[in-house]
Design a protein around this ligand. Structure first.
Ligand SMILES: Cc1cc2nc3c(=O)[nH]c(=O)nc-3n(C[C@H](O)[C@H](O)[C@H](O)COP(=O)(O)OP(=O)(O)OC[C@H]3O[C@@H](n4cnc5c(N)ncnc54)[C@H](O)[C@@H]3O)c2cc1C
Length: 508
């Protein structure tokens, strides 16, 4: 090691999880160092160029993962300050009350969380305020109770989306305005550029982890951010406490010692850091007495549907204003087939060609211009055999065996039947684990240390000064977008850490 640094608290990763904890610790008196393997995302024309983002994969990691057959691929992982929210679609949903309870599914059981929706409700409110979420309470039929209305009104539908809402209402459904973290409206930064979901925002209008969490936290003198600083391993002391992080900072090896470690590297990478930290005392990796680390990987069943409008160009700039939850708890005659329906961001020709390389450019562009694009999302069951593993030579294997595929398929076919009443043709595309956009579950919380790695406040059962605070903590995936739930729980954990720090709980 070339150098040793000693802050009070180390946060590994600057995504929603890490950024929310950093915001809570700002002003606590603790000196906090955030270690982020990526850099600030450059603001450049390519941010909103679909050819650069999808065909050239300009912002994606250069790493390779492999599946169980040994097939290698470049995963859709993005390493920047703010984490995956730099590219996210801004849908900011609360999970439903039932998502925190055990739920029976066709292929198994979705486990209960170690706390209830009510415990998280105040933190959901805080998360919405921090991210500037715009929404309209009272219209989503599955909406959980909330103490306060949204602080900002919902983003209005553009004409094509308003027509979709009217058509679905005519079919007896209850579409509602999707909650979204975009700084839209008079005085807002959104310029309606047409590229949002899966693109980085050039105007700072997207409520992402960099704009809403990291930049405000860095205004505080006790918060420091190192970019291009990848944590390779954590080192445990003989008493089980985490003593240090071994970091590669811009090609230089640095040892960072601290009293408290918050691992927020994202679900796949947090598991990898813990597995890579195996030692004689911890042969299966850190926080892994239960053997769950890396297992129970979930990503949602995600199916895109393109409704074709042969005689009309869809000129919508921001389509993600509409969602349908009528089927969240099951279809009328098939309770196991369930999920959320929401608009996808605008599909562009290069996105189609990135997935279907054989398709001629003019055809892909034509389909993109003449389609209205939807996303069907169902819960993905946690399964021990869905796992991230380290292979010899530090190769990463991602094995993925989601449960409930058949039930998701029936849900999608039901949605297609509704959409065929609006469109003459509906095309279908499945998103796989190669783009692990909703990755979660790999360092699960639970009450039983024999079956979980973390307690209800994300503290490692095995190491009292290690917390894992990112989507890795999810015991189940629900069927809604994860970022607001990561933020809410991270704010809750961060408040606990702030109080504990002030009470001297982490003194060596
Ligand atoms: C295209 C796309 C669209 C999405 N749309 C939505 C949406 O509309 N709504 C929604 O709720 N969710 C959406 N998501 C998912 C959402 O972005 C994630 O659930 C959320 O950002 C996860 O936050 P996190 O803190 O768990 O991890 P991450 O965002 O992955 O943050 C982890 C951070 O740690 C850093 N890191 C990793 N390894 C190391 C290491 N070893 N050392 C140091 N730093 C490290 C990473 O660079 C990253 O900055 C979308 C995701 C994608 C990719």
């Amino acid at each position: 090691m070339d150098a040793t640094i000693r802050p009070d608290v180390v946060i590994i990763g600057s995504g929603v999880g890490g950024g929310s904890v950093a915001r809570q610790l700002a002003g606590s008196g603790a000196k906090v160092l955030i270690l982020e393997r990526g850099d600030f995302l450059p603001n450049e024309p390519e941010n909103s160029d679909a050819e650069a983002v999808f065909v050239e994969a300009r912002y994606r990691t250069l790493e390779e993962y492999q599946d169980e057959s040994g097939r290698r691929y470049r995963p859709g992982q993005y390493y920047y300050v703010g984490g995956h929210t730099k590219f996210y679609g801004t849908a900011m949903f609360r999970f439903r009350e039932s998502d925190f309870r055990a739920v029976a599914h066709e292929d198994g059981r979705s486990p209960a969380w170690p706390f209830s929706y009510g415990d998280l409700e105040p933190w959901y409110g805080e998360a919405e305020r921090l991210f500037g979420v715009r929404g309209e309470a009272g219209h989503d039929p599955t909406e959980p109770p909330r103490a306060d209305p949204y602080a900002h009104s919902a983003i209005p539908h553009e004409p094509v989306i308003a027509r979709m809402a009217a058509e679905l209402e005519r079919q007896g459904l209850r579409p509602f305005h999707m909650p979204s973290a975009v700084d839209f409206g008079p005085g807002g930064r959104c310029r309606r550029c047409g590229t949002c979901d899966a693109f980085a925002c050039r105007y700072g209008a997207k409520g992402d982890g960099e704009m809403r969490l990291i930049r405000p936290a860095l205004k505080h003198p006790d918060i420091t951010l190192w970019t291009k600083a990848q944590v390779m391993r954590l080192v445990a002391a003989p008493d089980g406490r985490i003593a240090a992080a071994e970091v590669m900072r811009d090609g230089e090896a640095v040892r960072v010692e601290a009293s408290l470690f918050v691992l927020s590297a994202g679900a796949i990478n947090s598991a990898l850091v813990l597995l890579r930290s195996a030692s004689e005392a911890y042969p299966e990796g850190l926080a892994n007495r239960s053997g769950v680390v890396g297992r129970y990987l979930m990503n949602h069943h995600l199916t895109g549907l393109m409704g074709l409008l042969p005689f009309r160009v869809n000129d919508t700039k921001f389509p993600k204003t509409l969602s349908v939850n009528d089927f969240y708890h099951g279809l009328p005659e098939d309770a196991a087939a369930r999920g959320n329906l929401q608009m996808l961001g605008n599909i562009q020709g290069p996105m189609i060609r990135a997935a279907y390389g054989w398709m001629p450019r003019p055809l892909a562009n034509l389909l993109a211009r003449h389609s209205v694009d939807w996303l069907c999302m169902s819960e993905d069951l946690p399964r021990a055999e869905s796992r991230v593993r380290l292979l010899p030579g530090d190769r990463v294997e991602v094995a993925y065996h989601p449960g409930d595929r058949a039930a998701h398929d029936r849900f999608v076919r039901h949605v297609q039947r509704h959409l065929r009443k609006i469109f003459p043709a509906v095309l279908r595309h499945s998103f796989g684990i190669e783009g692990p956009s909703h990755q979660c579950g790999t360092v699960r919380m639970g009450e039983d240390p024999a079956r979980s790695a973390l307690d209800a406040l994300c503290r490692a059962h095995d190491h009292r000064n290690l917390y894992v605070v990112d989507a890795a903590f999810f015991p189940s995936s629900a069927a809604l977008n994860p970022a607001l739930t990561v933020c809410a729980q991270a704010l809750r954990v961060g408040a606990h850490l702030r109080d504990a720090w002030r009470a001297g709980a982490f003194a060596a």
